[in-house]
Ligand binder design. Sequence first.
Ligand SMILES: Nc1ncnc2[nH]cnc12
Ligand SMILES: [Zn+2]
Length: 340
Amino acid sequence: MQHDPALDRFILALPKAELHLHIEGSLEPELMMALARRNRVDLPFRTVEEVRAAYQFSRLQDFLDIYYQGAAVLRTAEDFRDLGRAYFDRAAADSVRHAEIFFDPQTHTARGIPIGIVMEGLLAAVEEARVRHGITGGLILCFLRHLDEEEAFATFRAAEPWLDRLLGVGLDSSELGHPPAKFARVFAAAGAAGLKRVAHAGEEGPPAYVTEALDLLQVDRLDHGNRALESPELVARLARDAMTLTVCPLSNLKLCVVDAMDAHPIDRMLALGLRATINSDDPAYFGGYVADNYRAAAAGRGLDRAALGQLARNSFLGAFLPEADLVQHLCALDAFLTAH
Ligand SMILES: Nc1ncnc2[nH]cnc12
Ligand SMILES: [Zn+2]
């Protein structure tokens, strides 16, 4: 496949929403080292190069081990704001107009950092992004699925003062052996509190986990969802319900969910009528932000402007945006696509 610089420019300028981004996964090695110094946290790495060299994964758990270790440098509200600011600055350069961001409070509360510190810093970053870049943003509180539901409930209760400033709840961390059913009650409580619900499912886990996320967690959106493709009935259901899938091509490659980018199913998902979107997941660990993910998928699968435009349209359709804002984003996207 010939490299096409004009397509790169199109992708970079394409207005888009990002719906699957773990803020802790946007911690670049440079900021990790700087925060380690600022907070006097010991890291098992001496240089940025050593950190990057450690990012070799053959499955999800390899990555999670190092990702939780890196998050230990985050200690103050200022740290979380700096982390959020760095992400939003980078996202603005990729023409992200709206971002719905995951955060993992249990990774921090387990180290004695109060959830209020995390909330204060991240909410400040969201507000700053609106002022500095005109990007709208929202936060999705994720429960760690390798922990038990009682701990998820404790986190949900601790987040009570901030519930009106959250978009929703999510479910992440080690998928295999931790089916969605384990969190049915806490997701029901979140739904009753008026929050949106999303869950990682079908990244490494089987199609049955996707079905559980739909039936037992009542998710409004599905994170990854790759392995749903193994079940034609499930694909038909997801297409019929216009369920958004937040797909992460470079993550899939790095975590060996796909063998190569030219084997990625993103175009097959679109052809099956699925509302697939492209996202970066943990960009500091997987080698690219959202535009890099669009570029990698486009190069790997020969996506044209129409397909890329559809993916961007899906990103707005799948966002938890008020109707009037959605219409504005879609009009701006149509104007862009007409002009390009
Ligand atoms: N891709 C991913 N899957 C599950 N948990 C995660 N936490 C951060 N990134 C994740
Ligand atoms: Zn993820």
